[in-house]
Design a protein around this ligand. Structure first.
Ligand SMILES: NC(=O)c1ccc[n+]([C@@H]2O[C@H](COP(=O)([O-])OP(=O)(O)OC[C@H]3O[C@@H](n4cnc5c(N)ncnc54)[C@H](OP(=O)(O)O)[C@@H]3O)[C@@H](O)[C@H]2O)c1
Length: 117
């Protein structure tokens, strides 16, 4: 059996994310199109499936919700047992300060998301 590569695309229901899903699927990659909004994601997958790209499936994902992330991880583990490509397209503006006290004294870990969606 052919071992297809598997991709997850966040924010795949519209815009750049949707086009990334389409391009990956055209190249024969198995795509999990994820979106925060269930209806928008299902409709986006239907659109791709109708155009002949049957190698795209939907799974709900809100990148800010840990339980939603865990649910997607379980789905991938159970159904595909691997992940080859992760396209982190959906993004939020924000700064995460890991340790408030360390940050105040000049240390600590800071994570900055540059793009806004
Ligand atoms: N377009 C540009 O010119 C441009 C330039 C530089 C960088 N970017 C970056 O490229 C990415 C895509 O841009 P775009 O123009 O295609 O954006 P877009 O049309 O606004 O689409 C953003 C996507 O991200 C999803 N999203 C937002 N918050 C989310 C969350 N918490 N969990 C899961 N999905 C979430 C949205 O889902 P919902 O439908 O549920 O809101 C939507 O599918 C963004 O990160 C953007 O900042 C875009």
């Amino acid at each position: 059996m052919e071992d297809k590569r598997l991709a997850v695309v966040t924010g795949g229901n519209r815009g750049i994310g949707f086009e990334i899903c389409r391009q990956l699927a055209l190249k024969g990659v198995e795509v999990i199109l994820t979106s925060r909004n269930q209806d928008g994601g299902v409709k986006a997958v239907e659109k791709l499936n109708i155009s002949g790209l049957t190698n795209v499936v939907f799974h709900q994902l809100d990148i800010k919700d840990p339980s939603s992330i865990a649910c997607l991880a379980k789905f991938i583990e159970t159904r595909f047992k691997k992940l080859d490509i992760l396209v982190n397209n959906a993004a939020e503006v924000g700064i995460i300060i890991q340790d408030q006290e360390e940050f105040r004294t000049g240390g600590g870990f800071v994570s900055i998301s540059l793009y806004k969606s």
